[in-house]
Design a protein around this ligand. Structure first.
Ligand SMILES: *[C@@H]1O[C@H](CO)[C@@H](O)[C@H](O)[C@H]1NC(C)=O
Ligand SMILES: *[C@@H]1O[C@H](CO)[C@@H](O)[C@H](O)[C@H]1NC(C)=O
Ligand SMILES: *[C@@H]1O[C@H](CO)[C@@H](O)[C@H](O)[C@H]1NC(C)=O
Ligand SMILES: *[C@@H]1O[C@H](CO)[C@@H](O)[C@H](O)[C@H]1NC(C)=O
Ligand SMILES: *[C@@H]1O[C@H](CO)[C@@H](O)[C@H](O)[C@H]1NC(C)=O
Ligand SMILES: *[C@@H]1O[C@H](CO)[C@@H](O)[C@H](O)[C@H]1NC(C)=O
Ligand SMILES: *[C@@H]1O[C@H](CO)[C@@H](O)[C@H](O)[C@H]1NC(C)=O
Ligand SMILES: *[C@@H]1O[C@H](CO)[C@@H](O)[C@H](O)[C@H]1NC(C)=O
Ligand SMILES: *[C@@H]1O[C@H](CO)[C@@H](O)[C@H](O)[C@H]1NC(C)=O
Ligand SMILES: *[C@@H]1O[C@H](CO)[C@@H](O)[C@H](O)[C@H]1NC(C)=O
Ligand SMILES: *[C@@H]1O[C@H](CO)[C@@H](O)[C@H](O)[C@H]1NC(C)=O
Ligand SMILES: *[C@@H]1O[C@H](CO)[C@@H](O)[C@H](O)[C@H]1NC(C)=O
Length: 720
């Protein structure tokens, strides 16, 4: 009970606008998917109720002329995914997550977004397929792609009907035995192709579903699509005419722990020939030095071209993502290949993230992180070395966008002050705002852009380093607020103008802080040099930037109380917090918070992402020039003395919980005030609402006590 009382007390004294409970209980809206004629779009909404202790979800339709929103009438507890049917105005194909004939299977239904009760069951699928993409062919048949986990023999895996193994042993003969939060089994994800035949009421064609990955030979790494754990249906595509598919899979001749390389495989939908890698070994792309990972393969509306992104280096996950386009060539005997790839705007020093074609098939729109937000850019197919794209959007972060039939952009965005905005723009700076969550959700009442600022300061190597600054919603002029200095993860990541459901700066600020979140060396969105400069330099440049940023804040902002500040970070930010604890800057803070951070870089080889270690620490652990021993927080424990809150979750396999435990044990041995928080059911991130509420409550309890904005420490902790 005590912790709720202390929140109530804090509420009364610091005029909190948004609390952890309000923020976690607010609606979460998905991105918009417009219908083929660009008149309406659907989106999903889910919301957790702390009172009911459950989530509810629904599927909404927004009118793109008026912004009016209504319920679709489609049952969100039954429908997993919806796609619009090309060639229709409001026709849909969707996956129903129940299958009355096959437990653990799903069903496909054809319906109409405007007639939610008139859908027709067209296919029964015997496993939990998802990631639906569909093309409407000239014959009227619908060609679709889905994905599912599959046995080595290619058959889709259905957990509910699978044989239960007699033992729990896991035996491996190769590195990469687990990743993120999952131990590897013999099953791998695969893309499956199926056809719904127009001449027989859209029933599934006789052959059923065909596993496309099964056609790829491998020597080391078995083909897998989508690439786990974050891949989805953006890892594959079907041409709008239904004739061709493309999918991404990791390099079959390289070890997955050591390399990031991945290739795009293209093939004819009819399965007459096996898929071939367009940019694999011995391709013209490889000869031109494109050896790294690939992504977002996207066919042009006229099906004649393929746009995609690729990195040059084969074990650097943060190498620049460059944009390419290639013609799709249909050859003799049903073969499909690609012609010469063309680099588009090759000197654009940003990472291309997402691609959407203009209806003309003559240009693409892309999104890329740019100065602490994701923005949209336009790139014509004839752009060359001299073409530097201009941003078509501005302040907030683009989560997703679509190109409407008139080439205007339908954007789903977020910002520090809004969990979801929907708007249309022609890219001329004019924005037609359809919806803003902050104007509607009672949980977000009072939030606004007035709390967000950004600034540059001179960092290590004389670089201009960017930082964001977020004030409390009810900021009072001439009052001072302790600094909450927050370091991002990655290290190749950023702090930006984005709504986060995990590290939400407004929620931190509204405890009574000014949040300053810098983008030091290693940060993305400011050009590749700043990213590359962190290699082998984890404890030098970024730390120097962070120190110089702190000094700048102390000199520049009279309303920021740096004497009572706190510092917090997750992942690389957690490593950096542990580094700060051992160095001079650690003495400037009243409390520190490490979430899932490394304390011993020599032990970091426990991770499965050995490509990452090899790049960022300049070699393998056997390499005499590597930097595993160079920037190790463990070497500076003599200095550890600032109160430190440590979180480490059990399902984080890349940075295992032993790091957090050892960090806590050392702090306790030294008598440094400290607490350890563990979630046995969370991975690198705390995602479950009740867990997240506890995470926020206990961290805020700790920092508020030491910074002076709160009261006594609560008695929630388990201690002897
Ligand atoms: C939605 O589907 C769920 C699960 O099948 C069912 O329990 C519920 O009654 C349905 N709701 C409506 C409004 O039909
Ligand atoms: C496919 O597109 C055609 C128009 O090209 C349309 O008449 C037909 O209804 C579409 N098929 C389905 C199943 O929506
Ligand atoms: C989903 O499938 C179930 C049968 O398994 C059916 O009762 C229900 O109406 C379907 N829901 C939708 C939205 O198609
Ligand atoms: C669909 O059916 C449900 C349950 O029978 C009903 O409540 C709803 O009004 C119907 N929706 C439409 C748009 O007809
Ligand atoms: C593939 O393997 C699974 C698991 O052993 C088995 O259930 C399934 O029948 C096999 N499929 C084929 C086509 O042999
Ligand atoms: C239906 O269409 C399929 C493929 O488009 C074709 O193979 C089949 O012969 C057709 N069946 C009939 C009865 O026309
Ligand atoms: C894969 O290997 C098999 C057996 O060696 C061979 O017959 C087949 O042609 C190969 N497929 C490809 C796409 O190279
Ligand atoms: C991984 O890469 C390292 C460095 O190239 C190499 O020494 C090691 O043999 C590789 N391991 C495997 C299993 O491929
Ligand atoms: C690439 O070419 C080399 C030399 O011609 C050959 O040995 C190798 O098998 C080829 N690799 C692939 C994946 O085709
Ligand atoms: C592009 O970004 C700049 C800020 O860097 C902004 O002032 C401008 O409005 C943006 N352009 C558009 C079209 O949004
Ligand atoms: C803040 O302080 C300045 C300088 O002392 C004063 O001019 C101003 O009126 C004060 N503002 C408020 C809101 O008290
Ligand atoms: C790490 O390796 C890169 C590339 O080989 C090199 O440029 C850099 O100087 C090295 N850094 C350190 C600290 O050894």
């Amino acid at each position: 009970m005590a912790r709720y009382l202390s929140i109530a007390a804090a509420l009364a004294t610091s005029a909190i606008a948004i609390t952890p409970e309000l923020f976690l209980g607010a609606p979460r809206r998905g991105v918009l998917t417009p219908n083929p004629t660009g008149e309406i779009a659907y989106f999903s909404v889910s919301q957790y109720s702390f009172e009911e202790q459950e989530s509810t979800s629904s599927i909404k339709i927004i009118d793109l002329k008026t912004g009016d929103i209504r319920d679709s009438g489609l049952n969100a507890s039954e429908i997993n995914e919806i796609v619009w049917l090309p060639g229709t105005e409001t026709g849909i194909l969707y996956i129903n997550e129940t299958n009355e004939d096959v437990p653990g299977g799903v069903t496909l239904w054809i319906g109409d977004a405007l007639k939610p009760n008139e859908s027709t069951l067209v296919a029964s699928l015997d496993a939990p397929y998802n990631g639906l993409k569909v093309a409407n062919t000239s014959s009227g048949d619908l060609h679709f792609l889905v994905n599912a986990l599959a046995y080595p023999n290619g058959t889709a895996y259905n957990e509910e009907t699978a044989e239960i193994p007699r033992h729990q042993g896991r035996l491996y003969s190769d590195i990469y035995v687990r990743h993120w939060d999952t131990w590897l089994t013999k099953q791998r994800y695969a893309v499956f192709a199926g056809a719904l035949l127009a001449n027989s009421s859209y029933s599934l064609s006789h052959g059923g579903l065909r596993n496309l990955n099964q056609g790829v030979n491998f020597t080391v790494t078995r083909p897998e699509t989508p690439v786990q754990p974050f891949g989805g249906n953006g890892d594959y595509d079907i041409s709008p005419d239904g004739s061709t598919y493309v999918f991404l899979s990791k390099a079959p001749q390289l070890n997955k722990a050591n390399y990031t390389a991945g290739y795009l495989y293209i093939g004819p939908f009819d399965g007459s020939v096996a898929p071939v890698a367009i940019n694999g070994p011995n391709s013209t792309a490889a000869a031109a030095g494109h050896l790294g990972n690939s992504g977002v393969p996207t066919f042009s509306p006229d099906s004649s071209k393929l746009a995609y992104i690729q990195q040059d280096e084969d074990y650097y996950e943060s190498d620049r993502w460059k944009l390419y386009v290639t013609p799709v060539v249909h050859g003799y005997g049903g073969t499909v290949s690609t012609g010469d790839f063309k680099p588009l705007a090759p000197n654009f020093d940003r990472w291309i993230e997402f691609i959407a074609w203009d209806p003309s098939s003559e240009s693409v729109f892309v999104s890329a992180e740019d100065f602490a937000r994701t923005r949209i850019f336009h790139i014509p197919l004839d752009s060359d070395e001299g073409y530097i794209p201009k941003n078509l959007t501005s302040g907030t972060t683009v989560s997703a966008f679509s190109v409407l039939p008139d080439s205007s952009l339908l954007v789903s965005a977020t910002g520090v002050h809004t969990s979801r905005d929907y708007y249309i723009t022609k890219g001329d700076g004019q924005v037609d705002l359809l919806f803003s969550a902050t104007k509607v959700d009672k949980e977000l009442a009072g939030l606004g852009p007035h709390t967000f600022e950004e600034f540059f300061f001179t960092g290590a190597q004389g670089n201009q380093i960017h930082s964001i600054l977020v004030k409390p919603t009810n900021f009072v002029e001439n009052k001072t607020y302790p600094l909450a200095y927050i370091i991002h993860g990655g290290p190749q990541g950023s702090n930006g103008n984005v709504w986060s459901t995990r590290w939400n700066f407004q929620v931190w600020a509204d405890q009574g802080y000014v949040v300053v979140a810098p983008n030091p060396t290693g940060s993305t969105g400011f050009g590749q040099k700043l990213i590359d400069d962190i290699q082998g330099n984890w404890g030098s440049y970024p730390y120097e930037d962070i120190v110089l940023g702190w000094e700048y804040v102390q000199e520049t902002y009279p309303y920021i109380d740096t004497d009572n500040g706190i510092e917090a970070g997750a992942s690389f930010g957690g490593y950096m917090t542990n580094w700060i604890q051992g160095h001079e800057l650690g003495r400037k803070f009243k409390a520190l918070v490490t979430h899932d951070g490394i304390y011993d870089t020599q032990a970091a080889y426990v991770t499965e992402e050995l490509w990452f270690m090899r790049h960022d620490y300049n070699g393998t652990i056997l390499d005499p020039d590597s930097t595993y021993a160079k920037w190790n927080p463990l070497d500076h424990i003599a200095n550890w003395s600032t109160p430190h809150f440590v979180i480490h979750n059990t399902l984080d396999y890349r940075l295992p919980e032993s790091d957090g435990l050892a960090l806590f044990n050392i702090l306790q041995t030294k008598g440094v005030p400290s607490r350890f928080l563990n979630f046995p059911d969370e991975n690198h991130w705390v995602l479950k609402p009740e867990n997240s509420l506890f995470w926020h409550t206990e961290i805020f309890n700790w920092i508020n006590h030491y910074s002076g904005v709160g009261g006594a420490l609560d008695d929630e902790a388990i201690g002897e």
